[in-house]
Design a binder for this molecule. Sequence first.
Ligand code: ATR
Length: 275
Amino acid sequence: PLQFAVFGHPIAHSLSPPIHQAFARQFGIELAYRTIDAPPSTFADAVKHFFDHEGGRGANVTLPHKAAAFALADEHTQAAARVGTANVLTRRPDGGLVAHNTDGAGMVRDLTERHGIDLRGHDTLMLGAGGAARGVAWSLFDAGVATLTIVNRTPAAADALADAIGEPARVHTRYWEELGNIGSYDLIVNATSAGTLGQSFTLPFSLAASRALCYDLGYGKSAVGFLAWARAANALYAYDGLGMLIETAADAFELWHGKRPDTEPVYQSLRAQGS
Ligand code: ATR
């Protein structure tokens, strides 16, 4: 069968293999999709080996390799170039690798198509300024948000992301200590890795506007704390990033197979299984 893989470290509990197998069944495609756990020191060699010697047709890339995947590629899509990281690799007929980044588009599609939300005009608060925040920041503007306020525990990273976006009239940074007096937001995105690290932080309820939408880029256990805060703050919507994961997988599937899978049954089935 056609060979695909997701590279990460750790990667054992990835949902990508069952998601891609479910998509493949929709079209009667037979494929092998496995996890490859590579530490950063051997990541580039592992990717090269997969594509050159194991028949690799395409790969997903997740933490901590997204910047390295971008760096090793021979060609970069515009969406990957502005973010500087890649979550999907495709192989050209001449063997060159192309870096794609579908994270931001996947998040926006989850919100607009699955959850039916129009992001235009939203004043947005981004918590965190690391790789995950970077991955979706530009796409929020593609979707029409009005402003983006970036707040990070370490202020320099927030400033660096704001500079990279380069829209001084619409992008602002604030200090984490100021969260209690920076007003309220229509969309609050948790892009920190605190939940994944088993850490927590407290946020003032004043951040959530009356019809606020709260979105955690993570899913499962890592999103529980932030979503509980969102509900306690009376946010109108509180979503985790499971839908985003499935949408980004659909983009990868289409790049590799030229066919657009139906994501909704896969989303419902993973939810029913407790994800
Ligand atoms: P990822 O790829 O998941 O974004 P990352 O690039 O390491 O991982 O970024 C992690 C983000 O979560 C950073 O913005 C980090 O803040 P710092 O820049 O101050 O480190 C944020 N973060 C992690 N743990 C946090 C915590 N306990 N409270 C607040 N922010 C946290």
